[in-house]
Design a protein around this ligand. Sequence first.
Ligand SMILES: Nc1ncnc2c1ncn2[C@@H]1O[C@H](COP(=O)(O)OP(=O)(O)OP(=O)(O)O)[C@@H](O)[C@H]1O
Length: 317
Amino acid sequence: MLELQHVSKIYRIGAFGRKTLRAVDDVSFDIADGEVVSLIGESGSGKTTIGKMILRLIGISEGKILFDGQDISLLKGASLKEYYRYVQGVFQDPFSSYNPIFKADRIFSLVKEEFYPSTSASEWKEKVEGALRAVGLNPPDVLNKYPHQLSGGQLQRFLIARALLLDVKFLVADEIISMLDASTRVDVLNLIGDLKARGLSVLFITHDLALGYYIGDKAVIMYKGRVVEMGSTEKVYHDTLHPYTKMLMAAVPRLDEKWEEVEIRLKEQVGDGTLGCPYYGRCPVAEDRCRVETPPLHRKDEDHWVACWKYYDEKDG
Ligand SMILES: Nc1ncnc2c1ncn2[C@@H]1O[C@H](COP(=O)(O)OP(=O)(O)OP(=O)(O)O)[C@@H](O)[C@H]1O
């Protein structure tokens, strides 16, 4: 359904834009129909930038993103509008997607105006109510309210309901549950599971390894703009190869460990890592080669890829 081919995003930074930053660097992966892919990495690893490129909110510097085989950067006018019917995003802060002076359900009337102008008011009302029920909301409780009268979880579900009205096939869900409280988080997470059961594909962006496991069929682990490990969730989590993924696994809070102990371990590993392997400065098993040569992402097993010299065999090519 959606495929990233050697995608990079290069920003000009610093005074007069003289320096460049490869926020996303040569990233390739694909998401099949009805598949949930968790895109995992710490802050600044390039996850949101990938989501924004898929949603055409920012341009792609290098490489291509294909949706059903079509290069999305070539879409214009009617074909771009058609793309947005199928590909939608939901973001971390649900409040920022609403204009506080309008009622929250205005997001549905905008969809009607734009995509379904000829649908009758009564038929549209039924569609909206159906979509709200599909995301676990009771229409009379939530319609005709201003954003501040609804909770973060309800607003988040509104956005997902809006996506359902658009016949969405692919959803970019960027940290959608990090601002929700624990019980609402589980509900919204399970909702993603329901969407998958309806055949939707989801790119689930998170910095939380446990959430990525809970929801994902596949996991893509990013570090400083590059994919360091990816594959089926089972392989990445149970047969972890990359030292960065291993460190993330070890850093998942455990009930028998105090936060201070974890923090010390993380700080000791912080380094530069601008040359060669992006993880060189923090890697406990780095070799000389890692300092100067960037390891390619190579296939280690069915459904399992890693970018680490430690696992590289010349025959992997
Ligand atoms: N418009 C921009 N101009 C320059 N640099 C940018 C811009 N947008 C993002 N960046 C940089 O690109 C890198 C990747 O940012 P991105 O937001 O994609 O990371 P992230 O993994 O989503 O992090 P977070 O979880 O904190 O949102 C960061 O170093 C960020 O500072």
